[in-house]
Design a protein around this ligand. Structure first.
Ligand code: PEP
Ligand code: CO
Length: 446
């Protein structure tokens, strides 16, 4: 067990990106309520994910991590959850085909509710109110009442996370994710996609290989039949994370049982800060988001604190430096890790370094930058003797228009049509499928 650590020892360190709750009694009451609720995931599932992440770090598996920038309470619906599951399954099918490796699916869901913000206050027409920090903290409407951080929203968020996960588990176990029936996963608009034919060819070839293995080789697909699903979210709102941190006697370890795979965002990586303090003591596999300005020394300190035992699968570096900086920044990040002697899993998040405002001030991302950063990441890792073991993508199963480019070549004009995100722009269904196809092609050419 970690020395001098408790699930609340982060409270002795400076904590950034936390809301200012006006009522401390209401905060304590919400934490008590949350702590008493049963966990969402188990230590066994977490252990099984860690094994898979270790395989990915060794180059024998690929990780697809994806979902909304922020889940919304109102999006906890059958359609929205089904569509997210479908697109992640479809993308993984495409990646299995291209990479010829098993794929682990990790959703940014069932708890991805808290958002870091650049300013504590948002000012409109001379009025300053607390920034919207995600549905688990407050509401996005620009009114004083909506923006007050309300601790009871943590309990509401946890309940929605439980509903989401319950439905996902039922769908996955109930056969929706059976690899023999990929036709269940078709989304309505695959029919109108310029990539429909290519996708259907891939599905056919996967079905053929399954049949071949079963009938000719006599291999029973058993485990392969069902696709595992894991959950992940940014461990940002520390009272929420603390409340669901439990000691598991059998393992003799502390786990965050609200998710399998929490990560630390790029803005909360202060080595002396509260987030690092919290994360160093939990036994889950964890991710850190590394941007272009993080120094090599800073990264080495993080590896010492968060990854002291070099346990396989424990630490994932999710680099998110942007298309423009990937060539100058990634080799240094890889070098620092190599000098530390630590093994990590490398995942590329090609979204967060590629956000820019349009001339009208709408936040967008260009599909070319997103794929450009991914493609270069594969190449740079290969040249450095490491390998990219996964991708982290903000996406939705809906037909939104938030990122420009892609096979349909969405333009800035299209953004007005169906821009729904309150936070970062996501790839829509077609763009997500297209990026999976491009990644698959890249993987098969390496
Ligand atoms: C995010 O993943 O939504 C996010 C805020 O990312 P980052 O911490 O990398 O900026
Ligand atoms: Co985001």
């Amino acid at each position: 067990m970690t020395k001098d650590w408790a699930r609340n020892s982060w409270r002795l360190k400076p904590a950034t990106q936390q809301p200012n709750y006006p009522d401390p009694d209401a905060l304590s009451a919400a934490i008590r309520k949350l702590s008493a609720l049963p966990p969402l995931v188990t230590a066994w599932e977490i252990g099984s994910l860690q094994k898979q992440l270790a395989e990915a770090a060794a180059g024998n598996r690929f990780v697809l991590q994806g979902g909304d920038c922020a889940e919304r309470f109102d999006d906890c619906t059958t359609v929205s959850i089904t569509n997210k599951l479908k697109i992640l399954l479809q993308m993984s099918l495409v990646l299995i085909n291209g990479g010829k490796k098993p794929v682990t699916r990790v959703g940014r869901f069932a708890g991805q509710y808290a958002k870091p913000r650049s300013e504590d206050l948002e000012t409109r027409n001379g009025v300053a109110l607390p920034s919207y920090r995600g549905d688990v903290v407050n509401r996005p409407e620009f009114t004083a009442e909506a923006r007050i951080p309300d601790p009871s929203r943590m309990v509401l968020g946890y309940e929605r996370a439980a509903l989401t996960l319950n439905f996902l588990r039922a769908m996955v176990r109930g056969g929706f994710a059976d690899l023999h029936h990929p036709e269940y996963w078709d989304l309505d608009f695959v029919d109108h996609s310029p990539l429909a034919a290519e996708y259907r060819d891939m599905v056919r070839s996967i079905a053929d290989s399954l049949r071949f293995m079963e009938s000719v080789l006599g291999v029973h697909t058993g485990e392969m039949n069902w696709v595992d699903f894991f959950t992940a979210h940014e461990g940002l709102l520390l009272p929420y994370e603390e409340a669901q941190t439990h000691f598991m006697g059998l393992q003799n370890k502390w786990y965050n049982l609200s998710t399998h795979f929490p990560w630390i965002g790029a803005r909360t990586l202060n080595p002396d800060g509260a987030h690092i303090e919290y994360f160093r003591g939990i036994a889950n596999p964890i991710g850190i988001k590394v941007g272009p300005s993080l120094s090599e020394d800073h990264l080495k300190r993080l590896l010492d604190t968060l990854h002291p035992d070099n346990e396989p699968g424990r630490l994932t570096i999710i680099h998110r430096v942007g298309r423009a900086k990937i060539e100058s920044a990634l080799p240094g990040i890889i070098k620092a890790v190599r000098q530390s002697g630590k093994q990590v899993l490398w995942i590329c998040d090609p979204m967060h370094g590629n956000t820019h405002p349009t001339s009208e001030g709408i936040k967008t991302r260009d599909f070319r930058d997103i794929f450009g950063e991914l493609e270069l990441s594969f190449e740079i890792h290969k040249a450095c003797g490491t390998h990219l073991g996964g991708v982290h993508i903000e996406l939705t199963g809906e037909n939104v228009t938030e990122c420009v480019g892609g096979a349909r070549n969405l333009t800035e004009q299209d953004l007005k049509r169906a821009y729904k995100s309150e936070v970062d722009p996501r790839l829509n269904y077609e763009q997500a499928l297209e990026i999976a196809m491009l990644i698959a092609k890249k993987m098969s050419s390496l």
